[in-house]
Design a protein around this ligand. Structure first.
Ligand SMILES: Cc1cc2nc3c(=O)[nH]c(=O)nc-3n(C[C@H](O)[C@H](O)[C@H](O)COP(=O)(O)OP(=O)(O)OC[C@H]3O[C@@H](n4cnc5c(N)ncnc54)[C@H](O)[C@@H]3O)c2cc1C
Length: 389
């Protein structure tokens, strides 16, 4: 099933085809095996780096392609629609916009040192924001970075840090000024690009996306040099906010890709599986839910494309990016759910892979932001309703 709305110009179609050519080298068998053995997709990561795709949205002067979020979304939709679904997306996701704060607020020396290595795949980064006791209430995070002359000493804990086992660096958000000494809770948080040396890592057993590790990371007097701080002290929360909208848009595109893959599998199975003397796809109770999924995915794609174009035009897009993520997560989830059901008992068997897609899709309902927090945002900002929490 071709991926459509996000790639409607010749340039975009060519981009999609080129990314597809890399992704097609890694089939369901490859990803199924990695999921079963909990092994990181190093070969896929290398292939994407060699194709130059890790720098799609990075500045050209550091070896990137300097393209916009629209092109990055097309690319990530293709990656999501590949056999690797969310695991494939998570392998490269941080490279696409996760280091936006360095691009925007890093010094020239930092950018010269770090960005080419990230783009070439030599350096893998992870993202350390979520903490066990703060949850979505990010400003309440407890990890402290205390300045001692030319370095900071970091103590605290992060949770759900994806790829921490593979990464050499972490984009780390830590409190540098106690919250009680700040005018606003969003003040006093700082951003670092910290080395992983000295960080203790323990893996979290989880439901799916087993090829890409999720971890707890512990900082016990970890030293972070001053030159690894990004931008000004105390501005870290604002720097993170800068990259939230592209992050939502890319996540929406990934989920839409996964949904399309699941829907394609469901339609193919519905055509070939014969029960009661006819293909199950002749039954409207099989057809109609799949047609609904197609419609939901297409509508969410248009919203995602719209949000991406607004962002690239430098226009406000908070509500659109959030709505895109919300609609895409639901559309993608419905498609994966329907793909399992359409396969009947075989939907539950690893052999058909739709159960893997379904397990991975569940994470997209929860992270990087939950549907509840998106609805809170839209209710307040677009409908003028009072803050409910
Ligand atoms: C597979 C996976 C990968 C991840 N990767 C990373 C990563 O690399 N780096 C990183 O920093 N984090 C990562 N995360 C963490 C993820 O971003 C968080 O799990 C997510 O932000 C939700 O936070 P929480 O789990 O603490 O939920 P909580 O904050 O505990 O919320 C629990 C539930 O309560 C709801 N809720 C809370 N407050 C409100 C409210 N005011 N109104 C309505 N509902 C509310 C939430 O919507 C949610 O449903 C990952 C998570 C997963 C599952």
């Amino acid at each position: 099933m071709k991926i459509s709305a996000l790639a409607d110009t010749d340039e975009h179609a060519a981009l999609r085809d080129a990314v597809e050519a890399v992704c097609e080298r890694f089939d369901d068998h490859y990803w199924g095996e990695l999921d079963r053995t909990h092994r990181f997709p190093h070969e896929f990561a290398r292939a994407m780096a060699e194709g130059g795709w890790l720098g799609i949205a990075m500045p050209e002067e550091y070896g990137g392609s300097g393209l916009g979020v629209t092109e990055a979304a097309i690319m990530m939709q293709v990656v999501g629609a590949s056999a690797g679904v969310f695991a494939a997306c998570s392998t490269v996701h941080i490279n696409i916009f996760g280091l936006h704060s360095i691009v925007k607020h890093g010094s020239d020396a930092q950018k010269r040192d770090w960005l080419p290595k990230v783009i070439s795949g030599v350096l893998l980064a992870c993202f350390g924001v979520t903490e066990p006791d703060a949850g979505l209430d990010t400003t309440k995070l407890k990890t402290r970075a205390v300045r001692r002359g030319d370095h900071y000493v970091v103590n605290g804990q992060k949770i759900w840090t994806s790829t921490a086992q593979q990464a050499q660096k972490m984009v780390l958000l830590a409190r540098t000024t106690p919250i009680e000494d700040c005018i606003k809770p969003t003040d006093g948080l700082s951003l670092f690009f910290a080395d992983m040396a000295g960080v203790k890592i323990t893996e979290i057993p989880k439901m799916g996306r087993h090829a890409v590790d999720s971890n707890q990371t512990f900082f016990d007097n970890v030293v972070v040099p001053l030159e690894h701080r990004i931008g000004e002290e105390g501005q870290g929360f604002r720097y993170i906010l800068d990259s939230l909208n592209p992050e939502r848009i890319l996540n929406a595109a990934e989920v839409l890709g996964i949904g399309r893959r699941a829907l394609g599998k469901a339609a193919a199975y519905a055509k070939e599986r014969v029960v009661f003397g006819r293909a199950i796809g002749r039954n409207q109770s099989i057809q109609h839910p799949l047609a609904e999924c197609w419609s939901e995915l297409y509508a969410a794609e248009l919203m995602t494309l719209h949000a991406a174009q607004l962002y690239d035009a430098g226009k406000p897009c908070g509500a659109q990016a959030n709505a895109a993520k919300y609609l895409a997560a639901d559309a993608g989830f419905h498609a994966c759910d329907r793909a399992v059901r359409t396969h009947g008992g075989m939907g539950y068997a690893a052999e058909y892979h739709v159960e893997r897609y379904f397990r991975e899709m569940m994470a997209c309902q929860l992270a990087p932001v939950s549907r509840e927090m998106i609805l809170n945002f839209i209710a307040e900002r677009e409908l003028g309703l009072p803050k409910s929490y």
